[in-house]
Design a protein around this ligand. Structure first.
Ligand SMILES: *[C@@H]1O[C@H](CO)[C@@H](O)[C@H](O)[C@H]1NC(C)=O
Length: 113
């Protein structure tokens, strides 16, 4: 017979509307922010003492992993940090209409030839 406590915990995690981000996800996002020369006001929302799942443009899954980074037309300038590659749960990334450049290589997204 399965433990009632475990079943309740599982149930609670399924119905819980909020998930809080892991330290790993938070630090990867903060590194991304640090690489920008202009953050378009993001720093006001991306504060290290708050849950990164509530940050502007960020969506997490139930495990507290970032799945969406949606920062189109935010007036961002600077370079895209390699730390973006550490967001292993990332499914969607929208950085259109910003002035970004840098180390991030889209070839990472393709299967090796
Ligand atoms: C990215 O965001 C912009 C602005 O919200 C939107 O117009 C565009 O369709 C999005 N691109 C993708 C691939 O979702």
């Amino acid at each position: 017979m399965p433990s009632l406590g475990l079943a309740l915990m599982l149930l609670a995690s399924l119905i819980s509307p909020t998930s809080s981000c892991t330290d790993h996800e938070k630090s990867s996002l903060l590194q991304l922010l640090a690489g920008l020369s202009r953050d378009g006001g993001l720093a006001a929302s991306w504060r290290s003492n708050t849950d990164c799942c509530t940050w502007e443009g960020i969506t997490c899954n139930q495990d507290g992993k970032v799945t969406d980074v949606s920062l189109a037309s935010q007036g961002l300038e600077g370079s895209i940090s390699l730390s973006l590659g550490k967001l292993t749960g990332l499914l969607r990334l929208n950085l259109s209409r910003n002035s970004l450049s840098g180390a991030f290589r889209w070839s990472w997204c393709r299967p090796a030839a």
